[in-house]
Design a protein around this ligand. Structure first.
Ligand code: PLP
Length: 450
């Protein structure tokens, strides 16, 4: 189908005329028409091939057209394409069971949603009904989705233009050793001081008014920020002390991205609620959900939960979710993610950091990494200012353009190139992609002023 310019023209024309796109000035965009996707690659109509180092929106964990996922959806469509949520369904129940069995100690049930943002909405609603409290604390440098409460919880510029859609939300600052807000000199100090700041925030807001603290177990789009030693356990302890529910947002970090089923599992904490989406079925059919603790489930044992969705636990989406668990086992996904992350990605990114003055820091785990670009490695001044656009963002855009010109589709965020390929990527493809990034970093070096 490549080179079919008539087809390409029609795709582009319909898109420009009729499709309203996310996060964009409609007149300022020109979306790339895509003809085909296979594994870790996709192609435009001219046959240009891209190696996808961003797994689309960090959801395509098992790659394009995985035969196991396609077959599960086809079989389910042939059997029972949909059934409303008040009825019991085999794949819905099977997927909920598998998620609970792979979740935290005391996990009891799953409420299915259509995606990540509504998982956040429902987790917060459950925490509020369960505690009888209204406030929810979330961190700066976070993304939780674009619906009312989720966008208000979000701690980055995408919230700004939306105002405050949930008056109960309060933000606090989390750990970020490379750019410590706490003047910390070690990760341990960063943890300790970030926890002291959180304790103070809780005390000043009124512990009895706070229903939940919500955080990305490993921060995704806002920088692949891994909690320093003791931080997550410390947040758990504060939640226990004040009767606050701990909600781990695993929408991006969950389902293998960090080499664990859920990222919080590397830190030995048990949350009260967990939100997931994306990797649960690689986005082949929209699906998200909330994993619910025994105690919160018990609140709604005799009392009705006031909420629902027409497509909660959609059979096509759940069939793909069940297949995801099977594929993870069959292909040893978690083991290979851990292995590739430590054996291939870490040493190569560390070598790039040593070689390129524009690399301020590399950090990550599994197949979830950030390369933070700076103008001056000594002062750590970012390559482009926070929230830069237009001309101010040109140096970073040039690095991204160099990646794309060499056939790599990167995950670009702020002043960072992030590495998040499909978890099925071969070692050869992973190395090839990292080499493209290495070459593109020469462009970034050209902007270093120190
Ligand atoms: N939470 C996190 C951590 C995310 O990364 C995202 C999406 O990127 C969301 C929530 C929102 O998910 P969705 O876009 O499916 O609503």
């Amino acid at each position: 189908q490549f080179g079919d310019t008539e087809a390409q023209r029609e795709v582009r024309a319909n898109d420009r005329q009729y499709v309203f796109h996310s996060w964009s000035a409609q007149g300022a965009i020109n979306p790339l028409p895509i003809a085909k996707g296979e594994g870790v690659r996709f192609w435009d109509y001219d046959g240009t091939e891209y190696l996808d180092f961003s797994s689309q929106l960090v959801n395509l964990n098992l790659g394009h057209q995985h035969p196991g996922l396609v077959q599960a959806i086809q079989e389910q469509a042939g059997r029972l394409a949909t059934i409303q949520p008040a009825m019991a369904n085999d794949v819905r129940g099977e997927l909920a069971k598998r998620i609970v069995e792979h979740s935290f100690e005391g996990a009891r049930s799953v409420f299915f949603t259509n995606g990540g943002a509504d998982a956040i909405e429902y987790a917060v609603r459950m925490a509020r009904h369960h505690t009888g409290r209204q406030k929810v604390l979330s961190r700066y440098r976070s993304y939780h989705g674009s619906t009312g409460t989720a966008i208000t919880l979000t701690g980055e510029p995408r919230r700004w233009a939306n105002g405050t859609l949930d008056a109960g939300v309060v933000h606090f600052i989390g750990p970020y050793p490379y750019r410590s807000a706490f003047y910390a000199e070690t990760p341990e100090q960063e943890s300790e001081r970030a926890l002291a700041h959180l304790r103070q925030t809780i005390e000043l807001e009124g512990p009895d008014t706070i229903a939940a603290i919500i955080l990305e177990s490993v921060t995704g789009t806002n920088g692949i920020l891994i909690p320093p030693p003791g931080y997550l356990a410390g947040v758990r302890a504060l939640c226990d002390e004040f009767g606050i529910m701990l909600v781990c947002d695993e929408v991006m970090a969950g389902f293998g991205r960090t080499g664990e089923w859920f990222a919080y599992q590397a830190f030995g904490v048990n949350p009260d609620l967990v939100t997931f989406a994306k990797g649960v079925n690689s986005g082949y059919v929209p699906l998200g959900g909330v994993v619910i603790s025994e105690a919160i489930h018990a609140t709604f044992e005799q009392r009705a939960f006031p909420g629902g969705l027409t497509y909660s636990g959609h059979p096509l989406a759940c069939a793909a979710g069940v297949a995801t668990f099977d594929i993870f086992e069959e292909e040893g996904i978690l083991e290979r993610v851990r292995d590739l992350g430590e054996r291939v990605v870490r040493p190569r990114l560390e070598a790039m950091a040593a070689k390129h003055p524009a690399v301020g820091e590399v950090r990550g785990t599994g197949l979830f990494w950030a390369i933070e670009l700076v103008k001056d490695p000594a002062t750590r001044e970012p390559l482009i200012p926070f929230n830069a656009a237009g001309e101010a963002a040109a140096p970073f855009n040039a690095v991204v353009a160099a990646c794309k010109a060499a056939g790599l589709w990167p995950f670009a965020a702020g002043n960072r190139l992030q590495v998040a390929p499909p978890l099925i990527i071969s070692e050869d493809d992973l190395i090839a992609g990292l080499e493209i990034i290495d070459a593109a970093l020469d462009v970034a070096d050209g902007y270093v002023t120190a």
